[in-house]
Design a protein around this ligand. Structure first.
Ligand code: BES
Ligand code: MN
Ligand code: ZN
Length: 494
């Protein structure tokens, strides 16, 4: 998709379709009202007939309206005029993108960025229009035949007043985030028999080839053995697919200390000997969405050439039951030297992450953030709306909460108090890998916290936000927007 900015007026601009907002109770947006005047009240007449109520996401297409240059006007409902929410705004963009894609038109110009959305800036709205449009038009086709649109939307324009330059920047950022999200979605949606640890490693190599600023290194099992990653390797021992520790190094700021992003890369999680129930187990192909978000974020910041250093660290494996797999009660030794009693082989993510976190120390990180589909318990706590956040530093937690609000890819903090740590006591090792049924997301983070004492660290549990189940089953691309926003805010505050 291409985007452009015009300083023409909606009434005289030549476009195949002009998109304008209408609201509940028949109210018109500024541009809708100007078009209405030019068209001698025609738009108001249509609305007064009651064919569109203005509810967010409703649409009505007008053709060949007298005195208007464009052959089509698309009216899109945006909810209440004084109280359009971000969700209303996104529904309106999504509905118009899908409708435009199915029209004979391949080009359109949108006025949606002019409406009030909770004090959001014009740049925020433009960026969101790009992200939500690309999200709406993403189609999975790797293993399924799809009918492409006959006249797909190829060009979308924005009307600028005196802010053309800011809009161009917002569009570029939106495109980079959307491309990163769609990469993350594609990797997430690929089945476990295609998207293996080796496949992810090859993806990382491709990203390294695409950008001069990114170098990729793949560490194989024998090297992990030398590094002493006994915890990570204990999980991969049950699988025939060789495990990979993938590192992506984005260099945009000389020798500044990097932000390290550690992404859980379980390409399939059966639970191992502590086998999961079969209902919905297919969704455990999404257990690599943390790693996919690291790839998506690094490709987005490389596309934007951001002045920052970021290292992606992705431990990738399968978790399968096997004669060689971990058994409940097994004790393994992590790279940090701590012994771990594996009381549940399904708590495998933390077994990979602890060694990847220890490995991160060698990058002398300023910040470490891990991103993981770590616990079902976070879905019980927060549902599908917020990513769970826990941190050993409140400033970092505050920065991530803010980045979540800024990007509307939100997080919610849970406590990481010492009070919970005792749930991980073991009679036979330094630490147990599970902490009982209470506060499962917190004890998972407590486990990780034992391996992050040397740096400033936050944990993002994306089990509820990385994909949706049901009829619309598919990866979401979250939390790429959150992570890119966090890095942008970091650059701006320096
Ligand atoms: N990948 C799962 C977490 C998960 C479960 C994400 C369901 C999304 C939906 C993780 O490896 C896991 O199995 N966690 C266990 C931990 C438990 C054994 C302490 C869980 O949440 O049940
Ligand atoms: Mn598991
Ligand atoms: Zn898992």
């Amino acid at each position: 998709m291409q985007y452009f900015v015009t300083s023409n007026a909606p009434t005289t601009h030549k476009t195949e379709c002009v998109v304008v907002a209408v609201f509940e109770q028949g109210e018109l947006s500024a541009s809708a009202s100007v078009l209405n005047q030019h068209a001698n009240g025609y738009i108001q007449t249509i609305i007064d007939r009651g064919d569109i109520s203005g509810k967010a996401g409703q649409t009505i297409l007008l053709q060949d309206v007298a005195n208007i240059t464009s052959p089509r006007i698309l009216l899109v409902g945006c909810g209440k005029k004084e109280a359009t929410s971000e969700n209303d705004f996104i529904s309106a963009i999504t509905a118009s993108a899908k409708l435009l894609n199915d029209l004979g038109a391949t080009e359109a110009t949108t006025c949606l960025a002019e409406i009030d959305v909770k004090q959001r800036s014009a740049e925020w709205k433009a960026r969101q229009i790009v992200i939500s449009t690309e999200t709406a038009l993403y189609l999975y086709s790797a293993t399924k035949e799809i009918k492409p649109a006959k006249h797909p939307l190829q060009k979308l324009g924005f009307f600028a007043d005196d802010n053309a330059e800011q809009l161009e920047l917002a569009i570029a950022r939106g495109q980079a985030v959307a491309t990163g999200m769609n990469l993350a979605r594609e990797l997430g949606n690929l089945p476990g028999n295609i998207c293996t640890p080796t496949y992810l490693a090859n993806q990382a190599i491709e990203i390294g080839q695409r950008f001069e600023t990114v170098t990729t290194r793949i560490i194989d099992e024998s090297e992990m053995e030398e590094l002493g990653m006994g915890s990570f390797l204990s999980v991969s021992r049950g699988s025939r697919e060789p495990a990979k520790l993938i590192t992506l190094n984005y260099n945009g700021a000389g020798d500044d200390r990097p932000v390290v992003l550690v992404g859980k890369g379980l390409t399939f999680d059966t639970g191992g000997i502590s086998l999961k129930p079969s209902q919905g187990m297919d969704e455990m192909k999404y257990d690599m969405c943390g790693s996919a978000s690291v790839f998506g974020t690094i490709s987005a910041i490389a596309q934007l050439n951001l002045p920052i250093n970021v290292v992606g660290v992705v431990p990738s494996s399968e978790n399968l039951p096997d004669g060689d797999a971990n058994k409940p009660g097994d004790v393994v030794t992590s790279m940090a030297g701590k012994t771990i009693e594996i009381l549940n082989t399904d708590a495998e993510g933390r077994l990979l992450l602890c060694d990847a976190l220890t490995y991160s120390e060698r990058f002398n990180p300023e910040i470490v953030i891990d991103i993981a589909t770590l616990t079902g318990a976070i879905i019980v706590a927060l549902g599908n709306h917020a990513t769970g956040l826990m941190a050993n530093n409140q400033d970092l937690a505050d920065d991530l909460l803010k980045a979540g609000n800024d990007s509307f890819d939100r997080t919610w903090q849970l406590p990481l108090w010492d009070d919970y740590q005792q749930q991980l006591d073991s009679n036979f090792a330094d630490i147990a890998n599970v902490g009982g049924k209470e506060a499962g997301s917190v004890t998972a983070a407590c486990f990780l916290s034992r391996f992050t004492e040397k740096f400033t660290w936050a944990h993002l549990d994306i089990a509820g936000t990385a994909w949706v189940s049901g009829k619309a089953k598919g990866a979401t691309g979250r939390p790429v927007p959150l992570l890119v926003q966090y890095l942008l805010n970091r650059i701006e505050s320096k």
